[in-house]
Design a protein around this ligand. Structure first.
Ligand code: GDD
Ligand code: GTP
Length: 415
């Protein structure tokens, strides 16, 4: 059988998702109308003999339980949350919970990062993985040279398709083939992780002994040297295994993007919409005042004179008034957009309101793969319950929850 593990991390890493991560964990933020990791789970559910999907991270369980319950029901695959208690690193949790992961002897284990969007070609990845017979396959994709070193960089032997060299976010250019954060492992790969973990522990033990011999006068220093369980898949496992005939690299040519901050979900939504246009156009809305790719929840009420699209998602119970214009935006549950308001490149959080003739605008930054934030360019984001009065102009701002805006603002974070 097959299994999948989604590395979901924890709340400490969601800071760049503020203010939206104040309401729900980043991995549940809706992109193209579905939770960020719904897209991962949907792809996993299409793999035959998928026995279980495990979410590995350190969020509070109750923040995830209703999502897990409904996804389990929809996809009819057991989905379980494993709470790491403390941050163990991208491989530490895989090692620590290996018994749970290897329960019922899965042959192939997919591991996916939560904070990425792509078409998740897991079937193709699996076929490639089985053909190449190595204990690990990394999905790689090509990005332009100037962004490559923000990622794990891969050097592949084009004849054997083996990973020859791995450099995690190198300072200098290594390769424009980068690690997508999607892997397929044989169960034996976990032995390899275990071996590495033991090597690291043995090394730490040795250092500790040396310290004890040299520093008997400073016992407080000795105590700090105790072994850690943190293990990084990239630097601790892939780097030493590269070039040992253990890892293959599958080349993926479709769309791929990281979701590091709230604004990037607007661009990821565009990518998913384009994908839907080709693969399941039936979920996109059409109509006289609908332009391009749009999804509108059936419980939303939209005035027929409002013009929506391209690339807009409108959530449940949203109200959109007369003459409203919405472009490249995400409007979340129960918000109200009053008559003639205009919304461009923005995310309007839950239960927010935008007054008549207001203009809420972000500045798109289409530089792909740039995850360092450029303060001069950004999607405008309203935290939940934020309110803009009629006629105000809000340009390139981040608005904290429940804030009321009664004048114009440009390039500000509104606390
Ligand atoms: N369970 C768990 N525990 N998950 C974690 C932990 C941890 O301690 N640390 C990170 N994660 C999860 C994150 O939630 C995310 O889904 C994924 O692991 C990777 O996150 P980061 O550690 O922030 O790494 P990165 O995104 O900067 O870079 C990684 O991903 C790139 C692709 O998106 C690296 O693997 C790069 O090589 C890769 O190119
Ligand atoms: P460690 O060896 O684990 O310390 O990691 P590293 O890959 O960062 O260090 P290494 O000594 O291998 O490389 C020194 C510098 O060259 C670092 O800036 C690396 O990012 C970079 N580098 C690593 N591998 C390559 C490579 O294959 N080509 C090029 N051009 N640079 C590389």
């Amino acid at each position: 059988s097959n299994k999948a593990i989604i590395l979901i991390g924890g709340p400490s890493k969601g800071t760049r998702f503020r203010p939206l991560s104040l309401d729900i964990p980043k991995l549940l933020f809706p992109i193209a109308g579905k939770a960020m990791i719904y897209h991962h789970i949907e792809a996993c559910s299409k793999i035959p003999n998928m026995s279980e999907i495990l979410l590995l991270g350190f969020f509070q369980e109750n923040q995830l339980s209703s999502f897990i319950e409904s996804a389990t029901k929809q996809f009819k695959i057991p989905i379980k949350y494993i709470n790491e208690v403390k941050m163990l690193g991208t491989a530490g949790g895989l090692y620590h919970y290996r018994e749970t992961i290897l329960q019922n002897q899965p042959e192939n284990i997919f591991v996916l990062h939560s904070d990425i969007c792509c078409s998740f070609p897991l079937g193709d990845l699996l076929r490639f993985h089985l053909e190449n017979q190595r204990i690990c396959t990394i999905m790689g994709t090509q990005v332009s040279k100037e962004y490559a070193n923000q990622y794990g960089c891969l050097v592949r032997d084009e004849n054997t398709l083996e990973l020859l060299h791995y450099a995690e976010k190198p300072e200098t250019f290594v390769s424009n083939l980068i690690n997508c954060g999607i892997y397929c492992f044989k169960s034996q790969f976990f032995d390899q992780i275990g071996k590495t973990m033991n090597d690291i522990k043995a090394q730490q033990q040795l250092q500790l002994q040396q310290q004890q011999q040299n520093l008997i006068e400073y016992p407080e220093i000795i105590r700090k040297g105790t072994a850690t369980e943190n293990l990084r898949l990239e630097q601790d496992i892939f780097v030493p295994l590269a070039g040992t005939d253990s890892i293959s690299v599958y080349l993926y040519n479709g769309f791929w993007r990281q979701i590091k901050n709230a604004g990037s979900s607007v661009y990821c939504q565009d990518l998913y919409f384009k994908h839907y246009r080709e693969h399941k156009p039936e979920i996109l809305k059409s109509g006289e005042n609908i332009i391009g790719d749009v999804i509108i929840d059936p419980t939303a009420t939209i005035d027929p004179t409002a013009k929506i699209g391209p690339d807009v998602y409108i959530g449940p119970n949203v109200k959109v008034g007369k003459g409203v214009r919405i472009v490249h935006s995400i409007i979340l549950d129960s918000s109200e957009i009053k008559d003639h308001a205009c919304i461009l490149y923005s995310i309007i959080g839950w239960s927010s309101s935008v007054g008549p003739w207001a203009r809420i605008e972000g500045i798109p930054n289409y530089t792909p793969f740039l995850y360092k934030e450029d303060k001069r360019k950004g999607i405008t984001i309203f935290g939940s319950g934020a309110q803009a009065c009629g006629e105000v102009i809000v340009y390139n701002c981040i608005v904290m929850p429940h804030k009321q805006l009664d004048r114009n603002y440009t390039n500000e974070i509104l606390l």
